[in-house]
Design a protein around this ligand. Structure first.
Ligand code: NCD
Length: 321
């Protein structure tokens, strides 16, 4: 694995390896001394051209806990605001001897472009409305923990299968603007679950019928049959016009309200990538419910990103290429 640009870059063996190593990394989180020497001497630059709290911070913590030197660059205060092109900015940083770029950019395809220019490895931390592969990985990690806690098994899944086989995962809300849904659909296909996409017709991306998922506008009809309900943020900053009449109307039809919480399948988990609009796509009752995985997802984010960085930079092979 040279870069992580898309969830489709990973086959089942690679996904499983990332999730398994993340489990070991997760233990570091509860230690008083949160440090492994694995990436000592490696330099990681987190370059974020879009706002971010959890993704940027968790990549930074992940790099630091693996003993890498991590540097944060944000678009504000960099020479990008002086008019430098993305290519020149990236080639400049690359020339300093960076080993890995973690990049977020508002343009779909930006991370892949950067990967074609630089010598360093590249992790896509969100490119426009396209993909966010580490988010899908941390979602899968949290779901897997949840499935295991729900049904402790001694034997584990059959060879070639996963804990996701036979599971139904609803992804609900602003599918049009969401890179999280795209990466999740690709990753869940590899893991073998069944994904149901729920949104108003105005928030469905064109070509969604080719994604191989059930698509519906009726949240109430699918809720009782889903093992995971993932709510997506209504991305107001990407919305140019009126995709739905009012926030209240949206909540009535597509929000995970307290009533809908009660209609979920017993034992089903609630996910949200954050940041949440409480009272719009998710009620506080649902966000803070016992079966909410929201904070587990955040904790998993650090472990999964440690694992991704380790897979990219930690092996001898990584040092040679
Ligand atoms: C998501 C993103 O930025 O794509 N957030 C995240 O990374 N945790 C989803 C969102 O912004 O709604």
């Amino acid at each position: 694995m040279r870069h992580l640009l898309s969830a489709a870059d990973l086959d089942l063996a690679e996904v499983t390896s990332i999730l398994d190593v993340a489990e070991d990394m997760h233990q570091v989180q509860s230690r008083p001394v949160k440090k492994l020497p694995a990436l000592r001497g490696r330099t990681i630059v987190n370059i974020f051209f879009e706002d971010s709290t959890r993704t940027r911070t968790s990549f930074e913590i992940a790099g630091k806990w693996l003993s890498a030197d991590t540097v944060n660059v944000s678009a504000k205060g960099s020479s990008v605001s002086k008019g430098e092109s993305l290519r020149d900015t990236m080639l400049t940083l690359d020339a300093m001897g960076v080993d890995c770029f973690v990049i977020r950019h508002s343009s779909s395809g930006a991370a892949a472009q950067v990967a074609s220019w630089v010598k360093a490895r590249v992790v896509n931390a969100g490119d426009g409305q396209h993909e966010h592969p580490t988010q899908a990985l941390l979602d899968a990690y949290s779901m897997r923990q949840h499935f295991r806690a729900q049904a402790p098994v001694t034997a584990g899944p059959e060879q070639g299968s996963t804990e996701f086989a036979g599971k139904r995962i609803a992804i609900v809300g602003d599918l049009l603007h969401s890179r999280v849904v795209r990466s999740n659909v690709l990753l869940q296909r590899t893991l073998g679950s069944e994904v149901v996409l729920v949104a108003p017709p105005t928030l469905l991306p064109t070509g969604i019928e080719t994604w191989g998922c059930e698509v519906t506008g009726d949240l109430d009809a699918v809720l009782p049959s889903c093992d995971i309900v993932m709510m997506l943020r209504v991305q107001r900053e990407r919305m140019a016009g009126g995709y739905f009449p009012t926030a209240r109307e949206y909540t009535e039809r597509f929000g995970l309200t307290e009533e809908r919480l009660a209609a979920m399948k017993p034992g089903a988990g609630i996910c949200h990538p954050g940041p949440m609009n409480r009272g719009v796509e998710i009620s506080s009752a649902a966000a803070d419910a016992a079966n909410s995985l929201v904070l587990d997802q955040v904790a998993a984010g650090v472990a999964v990103r440690m694992s991704v960085l380790y897979h990219l930079l930690g092996s001898d092979e990584g040092a040679d290429q």
